[in-house]
Design a protein around this ligand. Structure first.
Ligand SMILES: Nc1ncnc2c1ncn2[C@@H]1O[C@H](COP(=O)(O)OP(=O)(O)OP(=O)(O)O)[C@@H](O)[C@H]1O
Ligand SMILES: [Mg+2]
Length: 264
């Protein structure tokens, strides 16, 4: 009896493995990723989170972003951290040290460091999403892979503000500016975070609204550089918009309001 159950289980596992091998996901994956990433993608596949990986949207130094599909056919953005250059290792420590959620820094273990960084990004994304910030909806996460809502259509990502800002008319740009400020207020006053890398390169324009992306380096208010990061975020946003439209909101007044949220 026991032997028959075991044989059945083995048959099921073999069929499952063959089905997975046949899938589109692994046509792309086998050639490109290391074995740990492949294992992690398998896990997300088995859970039905990722069904297909269709193409690269962006290939940065540390992370690649893919367009994918869920089992139910929903578009996904899949961000995969692949390597950690010495420069990256050094720069991310600044954002991890001092954040009470990440006291333990695994020194010398680059894989763990990347996992920690991806976990931080996913937690930040979730926290912002739950606070009502307009960020891609978090969908799933494992080790070095983050799955979120895809901003765009038919595999074409939405443009960054940096890419389209100059083509937008003044009234629309004004509404985008006010909306970005509203998102910063939510990040600081509702989510209790500071984005810490906000600029026209991490804002996407989709469905006529600004969307905040790339939240890996966001920190809590208790972080020793939180205020410095906030001032830089606000400075970046003001610099970008003030070159294109006249602004009717004082930077100092905004900062004062945001800082008062940080002191609560
Ligand atoms: N949810 C998403 N939907 C569609 N495209 C996305 C999404 N998230 C990121 N992208 C695209 O991938 C690019 C890189 O993403 P992100 O900024 O999060 O990563 P990064 O590691 O900072 O890369 P970079 O150094 O290029 O900014 C973005 O500029 C954007 O074009
Ligand atoms: Mg970015």
């Amino acid at each position: 009896m026991k032997r028959r159950i075991k044989a059945r289980r083995l048959k099921r596992e073999r069929e499952e493995a063959e089905r997975i091998k046949d899938s589109d996901l692994f046509k792309t994956v086998e050639e490109v990723f290391d074995s740990f990433t492949i294992d992690n993608l398998y896990k997300l596949y088995r859970k039905g989170v990722i069904w297909e990986l269709k193409g690269v949207i962006s290939s940065g130094k540390e992370a690649r972003v893919y367009w994918g599909k869920s089992r139910s056919g929903e578009d996904l953005a899949v961000k995969i951290y692949l390597s950690a250059t010495a420069e990256f290792r050094k720069s991310i420590k600044k954002y991890i040290i001092g954040d009470p959620r990440f006291e333990e820094i695994p020194s010398g273990n680059f894989r763990k460091l990347i996992y920690e960084w991806a976990r931080k990004e996913y937690r930040n994304l979730k926290r912002m999403w739950e606070a009502g910030v307009r960020v891609p909806r978090p969908i799933g996460y494992i080790a070095n892979i983050i799955v979120m809502e895809f901003l765009g259509e038919n595999g074409y990502r939405a443009p960054l503000l940096a890419e389209v800002g100059d083509e937008l008319d003044e009234d629309f740009l004004k509404s985008i500016f006010h909306d970005v400020i509203a998102q910063i207020e939510k990040i600081v006053c509702e989510a209790g975070l500071v984005h810490a890398d906000l600029s026209e390169y991490n804002i996407m324009i989709w469905r006529e609204k600004p969307w905040i992306i790339d939240v890996s380096q966001a920190v809590t208010h208790s972080h020793p550089y939180a205020l410095e990061f906030l001032q830089r975020d606000v400075e970046n946003v003001y610099n970008y918009f003030s070159e294109r439209i006249s602004l009717d909101l004082e930077k100092e007044a905004l900062l004062k309001k945001l800082i008062s949220c940080m002191r609560v």
